[in-house]
Design a binder for this molecule. Structure first.
Ligand SMILES: Cc1cc2nc3c(=O)[nH]c(=O)nc-3n(C[C@H](O)[C@H](O)[C@H](O)COP(=O)(O)O)c2cc1C
Length: 172
């Protein structure tokens, strides 16, 4: 993969996140890592001086094993894949790393670098440094239909804002 600047990105975050999905990954070879599929999130700009920092926001339910790793680590990564990996992403989004080596089960190759982990088969990787964590609260919802629809068990998402510190794209 080669590193590019964030301003060189040519993506549509709307179709990419919701439609292609991504793997959220945190951890390292030494400390262990975990990954899961995500289709909720945002890319944009926040804080910083003289122009916002490039940022990514992800939303993780508290019961995800991946949440433990994102909480523990300084970095998380977002890996986006060519279409042929959709089935693998479906598997990684319906099995937990608590129950076995799901990455080996789908045949993806973890790349351990920069104190974090991403995947060799990805077409795009965003390395993010955590800046903020918050938890969505029932009182904050202005559309009253969302809570019963999405949180009948009260498992409100944790949101994590990360500064995008590195962008890698496949050279193929
Ligand atoms: C297409 C798709 C998108 C998903 N998006 C999210 C998400 O944005 N946030 C979340 O908490 N879980 C999401 N999930 C569910 C997790 O990927 C799933 O629970 C996974 O098995 C968690 O693995 P883990 O326990 O190893 O972390 C999604 C699942 C799929 C299939």
């Amino acid at each position: 993969m080669k590193e590019i600047s964030v301003v060189e990105l040519k993506i549509n975050p709307m179709t990419m996140i919701a439609g292609e999905w991504m793997l959220v990954t945190a951890g390292s070879e030494e400390r262990g890592y975990n990954t899961m599929t995500a289709s909720w999130g945002h890319l944009g700009s926040m804080w910083g001086h003289g122009g916002g920092l490039p940022t990514a926001v992800i939303y993780l339910r508290p019961q995800r094993y991946t949440t433990e790793f994102v909480d523990r680590e300084e970095f998380f990564t977002l890996s986006v894949f060519p279409g042929e990996y959709k089935k693998a992403l479906g598997y990684l989004g319906s099995h937990s790393g608590r129950d076995g080596d799901k990455v080996a089960a789908v045949g993806l190759t973890p790349e351990f670098a920069d104190n974090t982990t991403w995947f060799r088969e990805a077409k795009l990787v965003l390395v993010c440094r955590k800046l903020y964590k918050g938890t969505l609260e029932a009182e904050g919802f202005l559309d009253p239909t969302i809570v019963p629809d999405h949180y009948p068990k009260g498992d409100f998402h944790h949101m994590y804002v990360g500064e995008i510190v590195k962008v890698l794209v496949s050279e193929a």
